[in-house]
Ligand binder design. Structure first.
Ligand SMILES: Cc1ncc(COP(=O)(O)O)c(C=O)c1O
Length: 374
């Protein structure tokens, strides 16, 4: 679709990728392709097999993740497509503290006898490596949601590949701006495009990228015949949002770092979890290979679940809602969802930091935390 983007910085690729060819009077942006069927002779054929607007976004994510990309209607649909590749009875080694949706899918596939799951602390490299023999797929989310643990991807991925194990990385928290796991040897990178890539809390979408043509074709068939396809309008909005990813992420990360520093000495906070803090147990791993620390942090609020709830209910600017990756800051006590992992403290509040002014954010979070202790 667009000219070669090789050699361009990712900050430029988010702006330049996925554009139509430069022709006289041609559009700068792809249009929203609304057609359920196509004339014969081309690569699409029918609306469940492909779509011009998807292709524009897929080629942009391809430039960033360094692998051919397929869009799905949500991050969960993308994740399920990867698990659908596994033969019945396969062993999956997975993050103990991953996103609750993934934890649910793994547990239900295990109950149905489709998979056997080994849960590991992905920040404990020795524990991950010990679990690998006999595994078909290693599923790693890093940094993890919501505990912000960091896996040593440059060590773990090659070790798994040496054993012939498939490796899939959920790159949602880091985005391709911070790490590109396909270049470390991973077979799949998955994104909840819903989050940073689209960036405005107005759509749901997912993607899977891979360098392996055979795996790409199998995933493409799963999408084609499973029928879980994204809407062209959502794909167009996601690409529009992607254009500002680098700018949004830069500001959100700077805000997250500043909040993490200030929250460390807040009287209502027991612990701050953010790999950017030099005192964080995951800092040393993160600085080895990540280009930044992301824009999500978590705090353990003094006074238990009730105080944590009170804090979230007392904010006026920061919205008490789930999700992350949008321009606006959100926070929530993760255990308000019954499905949260028991290894996550009941008083943990995840803060998805947005791009607002830092002093406005601080004033609001500070006052809400003070109210939580009254
Ligand atoms: C790390 C991570 N992976 C996957 C998902 C699922 O994505 P979606 O909500 O787009 O289905 C989420 C959603 O919160 C997430 O945080």
């Amino acid at each position: 679709m667009s000219e070669s983007l090789d050699g361009l910085h990712p900050d430029t690729q988010v702006v330049a990728a996925g554009r139509p060819p430069r022709t006289a009077d041609g559009n700068l942006n792809p249009s929203i392709s609304l057609s359920s069927t196509n004339h014969p002779g081309g690569p699409i054929g029918y609306g469940r097999f492909g779509n011009e607007t998807w292709s524009a976004l897929e080629s942009a994510i391809e430039a960033l993740e360094h692998g051919k990309t397929l869009l799905f209607p949500s991050g969960m649909a993308a994740i399920n497509a990867i698990f659908d590749l596994l033969p019945i009875g396969s062993v999956v080694t997975a993050s103990r503290n991953g996103y609750t949706g993934v934890m649910n899918v793994l547990a239900s596939r295990e109950r149905n006898g489709q998979l056997e799951v080994r849960y590991v602390d992905v920040s404990n490299t020795a524990e991950v490596l010990a679990a690998l023999p006999g595994t078909s797929l290693l599923w790693i989310e890093s940094p993890t949601n919501p505990a912000l643990e960091v896996a040593d991807l440059p060590t773990i991925i090659p070790a798994a590949k040496n054993l012939g194990i498939g490796v899939a990385i959920d790159n949602t928290f880091a985005t391709p701006l911070l790490q590109q796991p396909l270049d470390m040897g991973a077979d799949f990178v998955m994104q909840s495009v819903t989050k940073y890539l689209s960036g405005h809390s107005d759509i749901l979408m997912g993607s899977v990228s891979t360098k392996d043509a055979g795996l790409f074709n199998r995933l493409s068939d799963i999408r084609k015949f499973g029928g879980a396809i994204p809407g062209p309008f959502e794909a167009w909005l996601a690409l529009r949002g992607l254009r500002t990813l680098a700018l949004r992420f830069e500001r959100a990360q700077a805000n997250a770092m500043e909040l993490a520093i200030r929250l460390q000495s807040h009287p209502a906070v027991e612990r701050v979890r953010y790999p950017g803090l030099p005192t964080d147990p995951h800092h040393a791993t993160a600085i080895k290979f990540m280009a930044g620390f992301g824009a999500v942090l978590a705090i353990d609020v003094k006074g238990g679940a009730a105080a944590a709830d009170k804090a979230c209910e007392s904010s006026k600017l920061v919205t008490y809602a789930t999700s992350l990756g949008g321009v606006e800051s959100l926070w929530e006590r993760r255990h308000r969802w019954g499905s949260e992992s028991p290894t996550i403290p009941v008083n943990l509040v995840r803060i998805a930091v947005g791009i607002e002014n830092i002093e406005d954010l601080w004033r609001d979070i500070d006052q809400a935390l003070r109210v939580s202790q009254e």
